[in-house]
Design a protein around this ligand. Sequence first.
Ligand SMILES: NC(=O)c1ccc[n+]([C@@H]2O[C@H](COP(=O)([O-])OP(=O)(O)OC[C@H]3O[C@@H](n4cnc5c(N)ncnc54)[C@H](O)[C@@H]3O)[C@@H](O)[C@H]2O)c1
Length: 343
Amino acid sequence: MLLVTGACGYIGSHFMHYYLAQAANRDQSLVAIDNLLLGHKESISPDIESRVHFYQCDIGDKKALGEILQKHSVHAVVHFAASAYVGESQEKPFKYFDNNVFQSLSFFESLLMAGVRKVVFSSTCATYGMPVRTPMDENHPQSPINTYGVTKLMVEEALRALALASGLSYVLLRYFNAAGASPSGLVGESHAHETHLIPLALAAALGGGEPLKIFGNDYDTPDGTCIRDYVHVDDLAAAHLLALKLFERDKMPEKATLADSNGLGAAFNLGTARGVSVMEVLKTIESVAGLAVPFSFASRRAGDPSRLFADAGRANNVLGWQPRYGLSDIVETALHWEKHRRY
Ligand SMILES: NC(=O)c1ccc[n+]([C@@H]2O[C@H](COP(=O)([O-])OP(=O)(O)OC[C@H]3O[C@@H](n4cnc5c(N)ncnc54)[C@H](O)[C@@H]3O)[C@@H](O)[C@H]2O)c1
């Protein structure tokens, strides 16, 4: 059985639904863990409830994890649970070291003690830091510029060390900007303190939020606003399924392997390879939804690079992953969710 951490968060909940909806998984159930500090239990909707063994606990709770792993025969893990706000990570670095690093280490120890050795880890383009080249491939230097990125890189390194020491196999998925919502309308993005562009822009357009603040209009980009790579959350979910399939091979394929991991690990960027500026996002909202987004320009935020977009060629070549959704689909599904939120 698969174990999913952070299962009631934004990306975890989409993965959970996507996984259970696959024809090949019709008879499967999964173990879902979330402390619900930021997640929503409602994301386990009635249609999947009977196939989700949900536990509300911290991933670092050794006693709870021991019991869960004893009760269920877990063969692999998809590890989403983390604190994921860049700004907050600068204000409360120790919260991030604790939740993202210490709790993950404790979690990995619980897994190894129970003989679970396959982990797909949610990493991030924030581990790269300031781009020295774009698009960024997996060999781009990793030099994070905020505590969030540092903690994610520390967990990547811990997995690499555990692969060498304990025979653990891992796949690192470095997402760019997750966006959009499930076309089913059952799950979507719902953060109490939203920091992501598209939900903030939609809330502003629908009149339920403040006018959008755009940080910086003097970047070295065609319209002066920052360029990012928005990838649909269900495309991310699909990549996790493909990543799990890698474990069925004896060794990670040569071209997916990181130099020092003895063939036990692999890293993949997940992005569309298409950089889109903030103003382009606003224009897409206007054309898809017929809604103007009220906005004002504010000064740049420290540490925001002008352009960040992925070279996702390795995910394409090795996993066979290809994003299905474009920016219009992202806006359309996110808008549908904004209008019909279940939570
Ligand atoms: N959203 C993005 O654009 C993005 C980009 C790159 C990487 N990521 C990574 O993807 C993962 C999921 O991100 P998200 O946007 O869904 O975040 P989220 O905050 O919506 O979800 C995280 C979930 O994990 C739970 N959680 C956190 N710490 C926990 C702990 N110690 N024990 C148990 N549960 C815990 C929270 O309650 C929440 O439900 C994170 O690891 C994040 O770093 C996200």
